[in-house]
Design a protein around this ligand. Structure first.
Ligand code: NAD
Length: 356
């Protein structure tokens, strides 16, 4: 089998970081299947525009015929599934897309992969992997003093987003147990870093602060999230792909629990130092408490002991080094943010990729 992998959702935040690292490290060719929803951004991958090791395909993981054709044509040694609707707030306002992509789409993807895998020769069958990228939100919410989520924590999803991801995790699990498909699942905590769509907390705060807009904080801001730098997540996925035991689940986290309000205050302090406001006031004056999200989970925390001890993975970044890189990246890439938020990005897609 060749060294090609099929990545789904590779134009999104984590997927594009994964694709960039894979190609830039010379690990092989990526066939990148992405539907280019509002969250998919080919601008992230512009540096690969002329690379022979990146093949972009505009399409839906729910299009089983297309996935089967791609598998047949490119003969990948692995499929890594990032494609998803991923924003909790959007899932509250309109859950249907989450059901369609995260559940029905994953089902069709699995069906196409099962047929492809079933027809491989014995050696290729043994080395093939289907890696499903999932979230810690499937485990529900923790109390302040509860131990962190392990791989055996019972599922208790609370939002349509996390319920749809939980369903896809169960489907993946069942394809291993029922059909023997060599699956791997990773459940990761909140990611941050370059190319993060500015609807999520960290890029939203940076973007709004620089624009002098209010910095919305849900409820009392004391919700706790466990943060991991996106490149560390991508390294964990590569490690699981390389050495993970088939059928297993690996929790991935950065041991970085922070309240939302602490994150917002930290970003304000960093921006105060790096790019002071013209009026001399602190960006923290823009913090605005807003009505809490319905059913908002209080705390997520990942116990990443299994991947650390069994596979030797640990994050390269601390929260302090990762957030420093992230803020610097956003300050240096204001055009990237402005393209998304101004709608120029949509026009860019039309002119660059409409005929592909
Ligand atoms: P994202 O929303 O930034 O990107 C999702 C990508 O999937 C987009 O490029 C989008 O166009 C594409 N997509 C959506 N529906 C599709 C479909 N039907 N067919 C093909 N492509 C489709 O998401 P992200 O933050 O990069 O998350 C990637 C994966 O990692 C998701 O499965 C998410 O659940 C999981 N995850 C995310 C985080 C996080 O903090 N962002 C943490 C843990 C796990």
């Amino acid at each position: 089998m060749n060294n090609t992998v099929l990545v789904t959702g590779g134009a999104g935040f984590i997927g594009s970081n994964f694709v960039l690292a894979w190609v830039n490290q010379g690990l092989g060719t990526v066939v990148n299947l992405d539907k280019l929803t509002y969250a998919g951004n080919l601008d992230n991958l512009v540096s690969l525009e002329h690379s022979a090791h990146h093949v972009f395909v505009h399409g839906d993981i729910g299009d089983q015929h297309l996935v089967a054709k791609l598998l047949d044509e490119h003969k990948p040694r692995a499929v890594i599934n990032f494609a998803a609707e991923s924003h909790v707030d959007r899932s509250i306002h309109g859950p249907e897309d989450f059901i369609q992509t995260n559940i029905v789409g994953t089902f069709h993807l699995l069906e196409a992969v099962r047929a492809y895998w079933g027809a491989l020769n014995t050696a290729d069958k043994a080395s093939f992997r289907f890696l499903h990228v999932s979230t810690d939100e499937v485990y529900g919410s923790l109390g302040k003093d509860d131990p962190a989520f392990t791989e055996t924590t019972p599922y208790a999803p609370n939002s349509p987003y996390s319920a749809s991801k939980a369903s896809s995790d169960h489907l993946v699990r069942s394809y291993h147990h029922t059909y023997g498909l060599p699956t791997l699942t990773t459940n990761c905590s909140n990611n941050y870093g370059p190319y993060h769509f500015p609807e999520k907390l960290i890029p939203l705060v940076i973007h709004n602060a620089l624009a002098g807009k209010p910095l919305p904080v849900y409820g009392n801001g004391l919700q706790v999230r466990d943060w991991l730098y996106v490149e560390d997540h991508c390294a964990a996925i590569r490690r699981v792909l390389e050495a993970g035991k088939v059928g297993e689940v690996y929790n991935v986290g950065g041991w970085n629990e922070k309240t939302n309000i602490d994150i917002v205050r930290m970003l304000c302090r960093m921006l105060d130092a790096k790019q002071p406001r013209a009026d001399g006031q602190s960006y923290a004056n823009l913090i605005t408490y807003v009505a809490d999200r319905p059913g908002h989970d209080i705390r997520y925390a990942i116990d990443a002991t299994k991947i650390a001890t069994e596979l030797g993975w640990k994050p390269a970044e601390t929260f302090e080094t990762g957030i420093e890189k992230t803020v610097n990246w956003y300050l240096a890439h204001q055009d990237w943010v402005n393209n998304i938020t101004s709608g120029d990005y949509r026009n860019w897609i039309q002119t660059h990729y409409s005929e592909r």
